[in-house]
Design a protein around this ligand. Sequence first.
Ligand SMILES: Nc1ncnc2c1ncn2[C@@H]1O[C@H](COP(=O)(O)OP(=O)(O)O)[C@@H](O)[C@H]1O
Ligand SMILES: [Mg+2]
Length: 245
Amino acid sequence: MSGDAAIRIRDLTVAYHEAPVLWDIDLDVPSGTIMGIVGPNGSGKSTLIKSIMGIVEPAGGEILVFGKPFSAQRKRVGYVPQRTSVDWDFPTTVLDVVLMGTYGSLGWFRRPGRDQINAALHAIERVGMSDYVDRQISELSGGQQQRTFLARALVQQAEIYLMDEPFQGVDARTERAIVEILREMRRLGRTLVIVHHDLQTVSHYFDLVTLLNIRVIATGPVGDVFHDENLRKTYGGGQEFSLRR
Ligand SMILES: Nc1ncnc2c1ncn2[C@@H]1O[C@H](COP(=O)(O)OP(=O)(O)O)[C@@H](O)[C@H]1O
Ligand SMILES: [Mg+2]
């Protein structure tokens, strides 16, 4: 867990229509680690990921990716958006979606060639979707859509991956397959930041965790910060969020 900060955030504030949804965020993601981002609905998790990607314009603060602004590091960062935020009726196939992951290495006006198609097919095989290469994405189950996104991220060969609830709506088998791929990516030295909502699996999946509720409630190694008291601060006292079932 050594290495420089892959992502360094200082004093980040984000507001939609002047209402702050992220307030004074300081966060370091060391390279080569898997960090979970955990917090209640509407706590700003997706906004945090979008801010790092430059999709959302911050009201203030600084975000550095390997020491530089995101705009200079675009190719080194892969993004897996929240599945429910995507228009799945768009007429396109699994292969075409995964090929989009190769565009960064192509430039805008060149069409994907043999190498790109082979890379895409290999990634599709890794996520267990080989039987669906030519399937329209509108005809996929939630788990298949999620695996298609993961394949697109894999062909991108990025160093940092930001994933927004990659386990949402997937079955247990798909979840295990995705976790295996994430661990393989970590073995290869990738940095993964993963928005997650199942508290029971946090200690199992992540090295580090950030508890978020507009502010950073706590961030650090799972063993140090992921405990009942911090969970109460994050989710509020009204509900029981004990980690012991
Ligand atoms: N495009 C937007 N315009 C206005 N408000 C938004 C927009 N996106 C998100 N919000 C609001 O910002 C807050 C944080 O949203 P979000 O980052 O999606 O939270 P989370 O991913 O943790 O559920 C919520 O209150 C949400 O309603
Ligand atoms: Mg979200």
